[in-house]
Design a protein around this ligand. Structure first.
Ligand code: SGN
Ligand code: CA
Length: 537
């Protein structure tokens, strides 16, 4: 209790300091860039790097994304863009504020409270410096968006939005149920509509346009339902991981084989179930309850059946996003906006498409730790550029501000990577990235952990109700199957990485005690500003 109190005291102190910093700055932000490019920031939800063909990963030939790839082909592809905390709200908060989760105050989706929209965010700084700003689509931060001239964000399904009949909150006031289009097409429609009709055209604009797709429960639009219907898709290399030497990994609830529910796999319920029974029917499977669609399907065949249903629907949702991105690029071109606009495509985090036998995200393992990121702006970036520096989602805000010539506040913890875009010459960037995940046990029983990743190595500490370390050599073991922690010859390396963790924890003000960290996981603050409350008003 005292720890929780202390923590809150700490967090509010931080807020006060933040405020103090803010007031000491001039209230009008100076824009030193006469060009003031427009920004179109496109973000999907749970879009894995492997499901974007520009990355030439294992699904590239099977499920090409030609439209998303255009951004990379005509701009730069980042191959080592990482997340600071691999779940939705925390990543979005990090993107908006340029800060780690414990500093923005939004560190878990479940029972961690809502986003403090009164704090400094990069859209607010754009707005102050004369930009028109808008956000359309998924938001998932509880409180209504701040810093936007226009907002239309999904609020149903606990802020997740739904694929069909999504409910939106427009400008924090009006509730609109959109029944005409699939959520992906709706978000694309709203984004283009705002560019075409919704803004003051004398000003540059910054639009954040964020899909629900391809998030669980992976429900594609009708037009994509027949994709991939011929035969089975391949499995990733470590589909049948046995989690040997990785205790935390062996205890999760996110295995395709054992934790997918009937809603995920689109198994129709029997007739006549009540609303409550229907909920139970659909969520059956979440915690490892065994089920099979027929009595003969068992073992490896059952696992493959579940995987095929999952991966195909996931990739069908991706096809919808790819089409929508193509429409946006064409729209910008037709309206003479393509080359004076910075276009970004990314996702709030990565995702498992059967790697380690999993779906979902949360871990510091590469598939969920990595975010896709590509950026097109011909004014600065040469086509077909590829960059492999260690970058983070807290760098987005400083980079965008820098590109628009707006001062980057000192309180932001990320760094602008504009110099890398300009020439892709070797400028010194960080030599390691730091990560911290808190939410437990919901939804997938992933242990809270922090860690560090360098060019070649990764060290992770699971500290919540176990004391486990994992060390990986990413060069020799890119799939992170062999935990080298404690093995002979790794002592010096481990110490070096532990020192690096300490150094980064101090730098990012995450040098709390383990007890204080655990208290963050244990905090229960109901999220108040959700769909039900909006409807009650
Ligand atoms: C939902 C999903 C989870 C998922 C979280 C977080 N369950 O709760 O599987 O991990 O979202 O996702 S579901 O049955 O409701 O689909 S996030 O992208 O918002 O972080
Ligand atoms: Ca997500």
């Amino acid at each position: 209790m005292t720890i929780t109190k202390n923590l809150f005291f700490g967090l509010s102190l931080l807020a006060i300091t933040t405020l103090a910093c803010k007031t000491s700055k001039p209230s009008v932000v100076v824009n030193t860039n006469p060009k003031q490019p427009n920004i179109v920031f496109i973000m999907a939800d749970d879009h894995a790097v492997s499901a974007i063909s520009a990355y030439r990963d294992w699904l590239a030939e099977i499920a090409p994304t030609p439209n998303i790839d255009r951004i990379a082909n005509e701009g730069m592809l980042m191959t080592r863009m990482f997340n600071t905390n691999s779940i939705c709200g925390p990543s979005r908060a990090a993107i908006l504020t340029g800060k780690y989760s414990h500093v923005s105050g939004f560190f878990k989706n479940e029972k961690g409270g809502d986003f403090d929209g009164s704090q400094m965010t990069f859209p607010k700084l754009f707005q102050k410096s004369g930009y028109q700003t808008a956000v359309v689509g998924k938001w998932h931060l509880g409180t209504s968006p701040t810093g936007f001239d226009y907002s239309k964000v999904m609020i149903n399904w606990g802020g997740q939005g739904t694929y069909f009949n999504p409910v939106f909150l427009e400008n924090g006031r009006d509730t609109i149920v959109e029944k005409k289009r699939h959520s992906t097409a709706q978000v694309a429609h709203d984004a283009m509509k705002w560019i075409g009709e919704g803004r003051d055209k004398d000003k540059p604009f910054m639009l954040m346009y964020q899909f629900k797709a391809p998030h669980r429960p992976w429900e594609p639009a009708e037009e994509f339902k027949d994709l991939f219907s011929d035969g089975d898709l391949p499995h990733p290399a470590n589909f049948n991981d046995d989690y040997k030497g990785r205790k935390a990994a062996s205890e999760q609830w996110m295995e395709i084989e054992n934790h997918m529910n009937r809603r995920d796999l689109k198994v129709a319920p029997p007739k006549g179930l009540s609303k409550k029974e229907l909920k139970g029917y659909y969520s059956y499977g979440n915690k490892g309850d065994f089920w099979t669609p027929n009595d003969t399907l068992k073992g490896a065949d059952l696992k493959n059946w579940k995987y095929q249903a999952y991966i195909k629907d996931y990739l069908r949702c991706v096809a919808g996003v790819d089409k929508a991105v193509g429409q946006m690029l064409d729209y910008l071109k037709a309206n003479d906006l393509l080359d004076n606009t910075v276009i970004i495509y990314t996702s709030d985090q990565g995702f498992y498409l059967g790697e380690h036998g999993w779906f979902d995200k949360r871990w510091m393992y590469e598939e969920s730790f990595k975010m896709p990121f590509m950026i097109r702006y011909p004014e600065l970036i040469k086509p077909k550029s590829v960059n492999s520096d260690l970058l983070l989602n807290i760098d987005f805000a400083p980079t965008l501000l820098d590109l628009a010539g707006i001062d980057v506040p000192d309180e932001m913890q990320g760094t602008s990577f504009k110099p890398l875009l300009e020439s892709n010459k070797k400028v010194t960037t960080r030599d390691a990235v730091y990560y911290h995940y808190y939410e437990f046990p919901k939804w997938h029983n992933v242990q809270p952990h922090y860690g560090v990743r360098t060019d070649r190595y990764k060290l992770i500490h699971y500290y919540y109700n176990m004391d486990e370390w994992e060390l990986f050599d990413l060069k020799k073991d890119p799939n992170e199957m062999e935990n080298l922690y404690g093995t002979s010859g790794t002592k010096k390396l481990t110490q070096k990485l532990k020192n690096k963790i300490k150094e980064l924890q101090v730098e990012y003000k995450d040098d709390m005690t383990l007890e204080e960290m655990r208290a963050m996981t244990d905090i229960v603050i109901e999220r108040v500003y959700n769909e039900e409350n909006i409807n009650k008003r």
